[in-house]
Design a protein around this ligand. Structure first.
Ligand SMILES: Cc1ncc(COP(=O)(O)O)c(C=O)c1O
Length: 444
């Protein structure tokens, strides 16, 4: 993939000339060359030079059924023939919303957006409008899209006084325990979190913590927002809320919701979403939130999204992807142990994170417990080492994402996972020969 004169290198040069960094998403940046893909099928994708990769990026988490799932491709073909944009509602959009409601009982109403990012912002706007409190509690490391921290003032909890800000602002608690303590002081209008922990559980958050946060939010009358952009329809058809048996007030959705097409939605309690009902006839006198968006509820996306949710509803796809995830995590830890490398693979459901051991601890990868490691240590990322790992894996026909880690789909069967594990073994062996794997330098 790094050959000079290859199609990838030509496209990378063209991309660098017209696109900053040659990419549309920071996570796609790779050195020396980013990847350019021609097509994808099942658990694999093929680059513009014909090289095939087992895909552990899975559409940044948007793909659960595997690439090119026949039911969703058929649905897309039908929808394309009917037109791209109606500037109006469609039955497909309705089916999509109803499918969400059927899979997530807490989704009493749904408002579509074009991304998870926008849905997060909308959740904050709705919370603010409903209770008038502009302070939104967040937890360090939890990702709610790039826009919220870019457009809203973000204040660390220990520096925060309620009189400090007038407009909507984020207050970042360093940990879940401190977020619970802060909520007990009753100063926040809402709390937003990734229900299985920061960056899909890179810093894990368990059932009990999610429940305690919910109780603290209820007691403080703060709106409890689950950002299920990545967990929704993946960790269970009904998302983390079904897995935990915790009922959020608002739910942010995206990724799998659109089956791989751009999408997002805010769902939740009818009384909260009613601030988005701007019909003149409804006689509302309270606060309103204006919400537009050219791509919202697009009929093509809605058709594919509704078909995707229908295929996920029975739980079999989630279970297949989960089993593949478990097989991969165990297999990776066996490889690390076999190579005497104190790295570890961990995570839940159909995801995995690779702990690269910034402090050079010694441990048995097969007995690794992320809950015993400090959040800052789990979150530390060595950019150079991660890039090296990704490049070594690409050479073995494996694409992971830059957490470092990745996601699996229902198309990742046991054979595919085992084939990937053989590639991981070779890539890690080759890296170990070239350099020290625990050499955390200045970019960590
Ligand atoms: C938990 C979470 N929230 C929000 C987002 C942003 O969603 P989008 O990339 O669709 O804007 C993401 C994307 O990775 C996410 O994982």
């Amino acid at each position: 993939m790094n050959d000079h004169g290859s199609n990838v290198s030509h496209l990378a040069a063209r991309a660098l000339a017209i696109m900053p960094g040659g990419v549309s998403h920071d996570g796609r940046q790779l050195e020396p060359l980013s990847l350019f893909i021609r097509s994808a099928e099942g658990a694999r994708k093929t680059d513009v030079d014909g090289r095939i990769y087992i895909d552990f990026a899975c559409g940044n988490g948007a793909i659960l059924l595997g690439h090119g799932n026949s039911a969703t491709v058929e649905a897309a073909h039908e929808a394309i023939g009917r037109g791209f944009h109606f500037s109006a509602g469609s039955e497909a959009e309705l089916r999509w919303a109803e499918a969400i409601g059927a899979m997530m009982p807490a989704a009493q109403q749904v408002r579509f957006t074009s991304s998870g990012n926008e849905a997060c912002l909308l959740a904050l706007a709705v919370s603010r409008a409903v209770n008038g409190n502009p302070a939104i509690l967040t937890i360090a490391g939890h990702y709610h899209g790039w826009a919220a921290p870019a457009v809203l003032p973000t204040i660390p909890l220990h520096e925060y006084t309620p009189s400090a800000c007038g407009g909507t602002h984020l207050v970042e608690a360093p940990s879940v325990a401190e977020a619970i303590g802060a909520l007990r002081n009753g100063r926040f209008g809402a709390v937003i979190l990734e229900p299985t922990g920061a960056s899909f559980g890179k810093i894990p958050l368990g059932h009990d913590e999610a429940r305690q946060l919910a109780d603290a939010a209820r007691a403080a009358r703060a709106i409890y927002i689950f950002d299920e952009t990545i967990t929704g329809f993946r960790v269970a058809p009904g998302g983390a809320q079904a897995l935990y048996g915790v009922t959020p007030d608002l739910i942010v959705l995206g990724k799998i919701l659109g089956g791989g097409l751009p999408c997002g939605a805010l769902a939740g309690r009818r009384d909260l979403l009613s601030v988005l009902d701007n019909r003149q006839s409804n006689g509302h006198t309270g606060p309103r939130v204006a919400h537009m968006g050219t791509g919202n509820g697009n009929p093509l996306v809605a058709t594919v999204g509704a078909r995707t949710l229908l295929a996920i509803a029975d739980g079999k796809a989630c279970a297949r992807a989960d089993a593949a995830g478990e097989r991969l995590r165990i297999g990776l830890n066996s490889i690390f142990a076999e190579q005497n490398l104190s790295w570890a693979a961990y995570g839940i459901s159909s995801g995995f994170h690779i702990f690269m051991n910034p402090r050079g601890r010694s441990f048995d990868p097969l007995a690794f417990d992320a809950a015993r490691i400090a959040p800052a240590e789990l979150a530390a990322r060595h950019v150079g080492l991660t890039n090296d790992l990704r490049i070594a894996l690409l050479a073995e026909g494996i694409d992971i994402n830059p957490w470092p880690g990745g996601l699996l789909s229902a198309a990742h069967d046991a054979e595919t996972v085992d084939e990937a594990l053989a590639g991981f073994r070779r890539a890690i062996g080759a890296m170990a020969e070239r350099r020290t794997m625990t050499g955390w330098g200045e970019d960590s």
